[in-house]
Ligand binder design. Structure first.
Ligand code: ATP
Ligand code: MG
Length: 249
């Protein structure tokens, strides 16, 4: 693996660093083959959104954290890209919420699940983080989904009432909503099926979202559930940002 040498003053430093993290994760067997394509789609939207956390994304993040804090059985479900880009930060968020993390991947192979679980266990022991991680032996199914993608852990996703599930695909998101859960997704594409189906959509890059959540927790930010939050209106604000960035050179 080529060493990462970009200087922080490089205008595309954050993007280069994320690409490097994903290249490394791919080499370690943490990612499915299509993972870099999914990341590329995200990067394109991030470019159009201005590559920073918008006010409406911050509002959605605060509301999401408030719902997770108030939940009886919160859970954070993560895939390969999320583990590579924000594994450490999301373990910190899970520790604060006193909730489990579940590794749940689209293309499940035992080898990849094991690689992801040992990667997360290494982060836990290095930083002394106390969080239960599920995913090795799924013993339940997401209602209404067919095939291996329905697999989940009873004590994790199945019984959860509020679920943070970044970079989720549309139909699994819809199935989780149909199970009565509050579903929080992170997706840079405000037009994706996941974005439109979720209870709360954070249209922002997962690395920034996870860091923002850790900052809110560390700064004891006083956050409350936003009862008037309208997900589609919030999504529209992201679409408007893209439209106005597109109309100006
Ligand atoms: P749909 O939700 O309409 O079914 P999809 O789930 O099939 O779309 P994918 O390409 O499978 O789309 O998933 C990738 C999604 O994740 C894209 O919408 C992309 O914008 C988003 N994405 C990729 N990388 C990131 C990232 N680092 N942070 C936030 N969102 C990301
Ligand atoms: Mg999606």
């Amino acid at each position: 693996m080529v060493e990462f040498t970009a200087d922080p003053s490089h205008p595309r430093y954050a993007s280069l660093l994320s690409r490097h993290k994903l290249e490394k994760a791919a080499e370690q067997g943490l990612l499915a083959e299509s993972a870099l394509i999914a990341h590329g789609r995200g990067e394109a939207y991030d470019y159009l959104l201005g590559e920073h956390t918008s006010d409406n994304a911050r509002e959605a993040t605060e509301n999401a954290l408030a719902h997770l804090k108030a939940a009886k059985r919160p859970v954070i479900s993560i895939n390969g890209n999320t583990t590579a880009l924000a594994g450490y930060e999301l373990l910190r968020v899970a520790e604060f919420l006193n909730c489990p993390l579940e590794v749940n991947i689209f293309y499940r192979t035992e080898q990849r699940i094991n690689a992801l679980l040992s990667h997360l266990e290494n982060i836990k022991s290095k930083h002394n983080i106390d969080v239960e991680i599920f995913g090795r032996e799924p013993n339940s199914r997401i209602t209404g989904l067919k095939g291996p993608r329905a697999k989940c852990c009873h004590e994790g996703i199945f019984v959860s009432d509020v679920i943070l599930v970044p970079l989720e695909d549309g139909d699994r998101c819809e199935a989780l909503v149909s199970m009565g859960k509050t579903v929080i997704v992170v997706d840079l594409n405000p037009l994706s099926r996941s974005s439109k189906k979720a209870s709360i959509t954070i249209v922002d890059e997962i690395t920034r979202v996870a860091k923002n959540m850790v900052n809110m927790i560390e700064n004891h930010k006083d956050i409350e559930i936003n009862i008037g939050f309208d997900n589609l209106k919030n999504l529209q604000k992201s679409v408007n940002i893209i439209a106005s960035n597109y109309s100006e050179i």
